[in-house]
Design a protein around this ligand. Sequence first.
Ligand code: SAM
Length: 494
Amino acid sequence: MALYMKAAEVLEKAEMKQGALKTLVYDSKFANIKQLFALVCETEKFSSILEEIIESTKLLKQTKLKIHLAKVLVYDLLIGRGLKCGGSWKTMMMKQRSRLQAALARMKVKQNVSKNGDLLTVSVQRVVGVQLPRYARVNTLKTTVEDAVDYLKRDGFSYMGQASSLEDLTMKKKDFVQDMHLPEVLAFSPKTDFHDHFLYKAGHIILQDKASCLPAFLLNPPPGSHLIDACAAPGNKTSHLAAIMKNKGRLFAFDLDAKRLATMATLLLRAGVTCQQLANQDFLKVDPDSPQFKDVEYVLLDPSCSGSGMVCLRDDASPADQVQARLASLASFQLRCLNHGLRFPRLKRLVYSTCSIHSQENEDVVTACLQQNPGFRLVPLLAQWPERGLEPLTQCLRASTTKTRTHGFFVALLEKHSEAGNKRPEPAVQISKPEAAAPFGPSTCQKRPAASEEESEASETEDTPTAAAEQADTTPGKKKRRKRTKKKKAATVE
Ligand SMILES: C[S@@+](CC[C@H](N)C(=O)[O-])C[C@H]1O[C@@H](n2cnc3c(N)ncnc32)[C@H](O)[C@@H]1O
């Protein structure tokens, strides 16, 4: 019963805008986060259908259940894998079962569909249809790609070699491939579950979406360097950076959220990271001129964002003006972080990333930053990557379910090209009102609580939803359409 109580609590809090679904699940301290997240997401997906069934059967009156608890119970009873509770609650729900089933059947007849999934709205269906590969990054602090592959083969997986095209990332059950762009990334079929697997539990593999492996890979700090991970928790990119640096050097990692930072400490320990120095601190208040940062040459900035690229369930129903205001607020915060990141005196390169598909948080932020920091320029990234930043920022990368078989993502790499680089002139472009001080509110993307605490970008819900519909709109020639879509969607996929 604890599962249902917790799921109902999360749904209620999300409805009251006390936090994003993922954050609330993550903060719930429930023992089986993955199970809770799946139930909450599925219930949310079928929300309007469940409400109609509950309403038409007068379930709340009959049972005295509250709406959110009723929804999760009805979901599991009718659509999920059956009730996972016993006792009086089960007895009560079983008494209602035939009436509830009849209501569901009536809905299907009315809509002339045969499957439960067909009852979902078109937009939700499109999102649900997205099945991304399960990606795992081999943690080279603990093992090698060869050893991981050998272990997996001995464990019953079939290694299909290195992928050479996007199609190769569509695999049968136990098949897996090495990624064609990021050699330390392995791709498995979508439902592959590693949470009880030795390689995962021992920190030999990190469950991380391929796109989210891009920032550290592209920043590529050499062993011995000093660098900053500005908004670091839960630390997937931090552990990736540490692996690239072979644990040699100094990795300063900041995060404003103490709980997430505590989780990060545990995950870094499991990943064998030793070169980090964690601080529960606002990155914007970190003094770039402090002697301890005098040798910092690299910065990874992956700030809170709308999360609109995440394959996640919610179709944002916020009014367009709210969505736009939130994006403007996020963009303003992101630009401040970016400008701040460029102020470290010996900085060579900074990588900026978001899991947003909105140009306001991506190209617009980078454009404004470059105008304000003329000593920096964009580094052209991975020529072979299939999706580029929107014109004219084609040096940057975008990622999407359709073109890269990943979550929606954006990466830009800035490098200093003149000594004027870190001296900031007066702002030439303001991308939004300067009101946005700290958009860490409930609906920002603090990236993925998910199946495991570790998976900040992808995974446990890879078989769930996304902004797939919007992905098509990210090509340069489709600006008008994209703008319209933005209005409709935006504010919160977390
Ligand atoms: C997108 S998540 C980072 C995910 C992380 N890079 C990873 O790969 O696991 C954004 C993080 O920024 C943190 N954050 C937000 N505002 C911040 C600030 N002003 N200073 C430091 N961290 C901040 C949030 O708490 C959140 O953990």
